[in-house]
Every structure is written in structure tokens, then in C-alpha cells.
Design a binder for this molecule. Structure first.
Ligand code: SF4
Ligand code: SF4
Ligand code: FES
Length: 357
């Protein structure tokens, strides 16, 4: 089989590469197929059934997220049979999902892909059922909460935890309509292998897994996203600060494939942003005066004060009385400048960086 070929989807011939799924080919070709459990970083699970399509030669509808494209295949992604399946499936999902005042799946700050799907698809109304799905026992972890009424059991959170974080802190448990997300032995997350990376929050399509620090039901127009670089270490992960009324209400990873961290974050980058608005945060440099107290200063004054102090030590004791310590929280360029300052400006090789030990 050649590595590149074409397949037919909805009457269009679309280019495909060996190993791609029907869903990937369709998306690249601009054909929209609803999904809940698909994520290109994870092994296909085919568990939500939203993406089923009709494939010539196949008796049953097949999950486009898990079905490999092969030469000359012919796919119908919006045939009457597929639409009938999606309308019924959507109605079943909605029957045990928390609905808003408009009768649609409730909007959450993270969005809700089930809601988006309901907005674009005519759907039947079934008698609501009270889901027997239970949440994890509430625990003392300060960051992550789970709302069973919004869970569609797509297993994205558990697969992310297993396949990307390699931690296996959470898992699907029980059977049938009781299936839910749990930890081993119903422990609180802090008593598991959980690293509090928050990836389970990012991948959840409905907002069932959510950040405790973040207001739950903000509309997209109430949030401004500001892309910046995390300042907790030198890796340089890109983060999106979600700002509401001038305050950061959550940090999210930029979309997969866009930045070096590829949709992932660690506990510090994702959750440790409260210092930004902390009342005790220093917002100007401080210089200790003759009275022994710290006084606010401008950057100009602070840098001049530090420079004079360094020059005084050099003049009195020689350059080797000085030592310069840089930080792994600085960029490569900043670390380069620190060693240049030490060697070229002050004449000492006493330079160190905390990551070197
Ligand atoms: S925070 Fe990370 S490690 Fe913890 S359960 Fe979620 S995905 Fe797993
Ligand atoms: S919590 Fe979210 S990601 Fe996890 S199974 Fe439920 S809907 Fe899917
Ligand atoms: S997206 Fe294909 S089965 Fe869920």
C-alpha cells in the first residue's frame, strides 16, 4: 500500500496518509464529525460513539476516530442513517446529563462539547433519568473536582492520566449506567499517585472534571486569554492565562501541537498563579536604607545601588570576592548574560546556576 492515497468522504476525494484515521482525514478536509472521546495524543478508544460513520462494505456504522483510512474506501459521514444514529445517541446522552434553563447540556467555563453538538444537531427529547453515577469521595486536594452529573464516561481523563502522565491515579469503575471515575480504594487524590497536573481537566469535553479555583459557569466572552511563558522553570512551557474582570481565574495549556508543551502542564504552571494577585506580592524593587528598613525604589535606583555595591566589593577585595548565581527559572539568554556580566564586566569566573548541581 502506498503511503499516500485518497479516500472518498461525502462524495469528495480527500488525501490520506497511511496510518491516519477516517476522522483525521475528514478533519483535514474540513468535514466536521462530532466527537467526545477522540484525542490524537491518546490511543483511540471508540467509546462515545458520536463519530460513527457509514463505510461501504461494512454492515455496521463504524467509529471514524478508530477506523484506519485505506485506499479507495468510501465513507458517508452525514447520511440519513448516520444522522438517525446521532440524534438518538445525543438524546440518550442528554437524558442523564445536567441541562441548563434552555434545555441543553449546561455550559461550563471549559466549554461543553455535548452542548456544542446539541446546538448543531436536531435531537429527540427522552424522559430524563436520574443517573445513578456517583462522584469520587470528596477529598482535600485543593485543585480538582469531579461532577458526575456532567460526565459522559468518555474515559479521556483516565486515558490521559494513564497514557500521557503514566500515573494511573484515576480509573473507570463500576458497570453500565453506574460507571464512574474513581481512585483506587476511593482514596482522595492526594493519597494516590496523582501529580495534580490537571490534564484530566483540560481533556474533559464537558467540564465534569474541573478546577476548584475557577468559577464554573463563565461564558467565553467573559474570559480573555493571554498567551505567556510559564516562569516556574526553564522549559519554557506556553500557558494561556484566562482573565476575568482583570483577574486570572485559570491557566490552560494552549492547543495540542501549537507549543513546546504540546497541550500539557505541570501542577505549578497550571495552578500556582494566586501569587499574581496576592496582597503581599512585591510590585516594586526595595532598598534597605540606613535605618535598616526596606524602602520602595525605582528599577533605575535599585540597579544603580546593586552595581555600586558590587563595584565596591571588587575594589576593596578583588573580583574573586564576588560570586554570581543564576537561576533555572531564567531563560538561556538571561543565564548567558549573567555569566557575561561576571566574566567580562567584573573579571571573575565565580558563576553558578542552580540547575548545575
Ligand atoms: S491531575 Fe494529572 S495525575 Fe492527577 S488524576 Fe488528573 S491527569 Fe492524573
Ligand atoms: S470526567 Fe470528563 S473526561 Fe472523564 S470520563 Fe467523564 S466526561 Fe470524560
Ligand atoms: S470520538 Fe469516536 S467513538 Fe468517541
Amino acid at each position: 500500500m502506498s503511503d499516500t492515497f485518497t479516500i472518498g468522504i461525502d462524495g469528495e476525494q480527500l488525501p490520506a496518509r497511511k496510518g491516519e484515521t477516517v476522522l483525521q482525514v475528514a478533519r483535514r478536509g474540513g468535514i466536521h464529525i462530532p466527537t467526545l472521546c477522540a484525542d490524537d495524543r491518546l490511543d483511540a478508544a471508540g467509546c462515545c460513539r458520536a463519530c460513527l460513520v457509514e463505510i461501504d462494505g461494512q454492515r455496521r456504522l463504524q467509529p471514524s476516530c478508530a477506523w484506519q483510512a485505506t485506499p479507495n474506501m468510501n465513507v458517508k459521514s452525514h447520511s440519513p442513517r448516520v444522522q438517525r444514529h446521532r440524534e438518538t445517541l445525543l438524546a440518550m446522552y442528554m437524558a442523564d446529563h445536567k441541562l441548563g434553563a434552555d434545555g441543553l447540556p449546561i455550559h461550563t467555563t471549559q466549554g461543553n462539547e455535548l452542548r456544542n453538538w446539541a446546538l448543531e444537531t436536531p435531537h429527540k427529547k427522552l424522559t430524563p433519568v436520574h443517573s445513578p453515577r456517583k462522584g469520587r469521595v470528596e477529598d482535600l486536594n485543593p485543585y480538582i473536582s469531579f461532577d458526575p452529573e456532567l460526565c459522559v464516561v468518555c474515559a479521556k481523563c483516565t486515558r490521559y492520566c494513564d497514557e500521557i502522565e503514566a500515573v494511573n491515579a484515576i480509573t473507570l469503575t463500576l458497570r453500565g449506567s453506574e460507571t464512574t471515575i474513581a481512585t483506587h480504594g476511593e482514596r482522595g487524590l492526594l493519597d494516590t499517585t496523582c501529580e495534580l497536573c490537571g490534564g484530566c481537566i483540560d481533556v474533559c469535553p464537558t467540564g465534569a472534571m474541573h478546577a476548584k479555583q475557577t468559577p464554573r459557569f463563565l461564558q467565553p466572552e467573559e474570559i480573555t486569554k493571554v498567551r505567556t511563558t510559564c516562569n516556574y522553570c526553564g522549559v519554557g512551557c506556553q500557558i494561556d492565562l484566562n482573565v476575568h474582570k482583570g483577574k486570572i481565574v485559570q491557566v490552560t495549556a494552549p492547543p495540542v501541537g501549537e507549543t513546546v508543551n504540546d497541550g500539557n502542564l505541570c501542577v505549578k504552571g497550571r495552578f500556582a498563579y494566586n501569587f499574581v494577585h496576592h496582597e503581599q506580592r512585591l510590585t516594586t524593587p526595595m532598598i534597605r536604607g540606613a535605618d535598616g528598613e526596606l524602602h520602595p525604589a525605582t528599577w533605575e535606583e535599585a540597579i544603580t545601588f546593586a552595581a555600586k555595591g558590587l563595584l565596591r566589593i571588587k575594589d576593596q577585595h578583588g573580583p574573586h570576592a564576588l560570586g554570581f548565581v543564576s537561576s533555572s527559572r531564567c531563560t538561556n539568554e538571561e543565564n548567558y548574560l549573567v555569566q557575561k556580566l561576571a566574566r567580562a564586566a567584573f573579571g571573575t569566573n565565580n558563576v553558578h546556576q542552580c540547575a548545575a548541581t
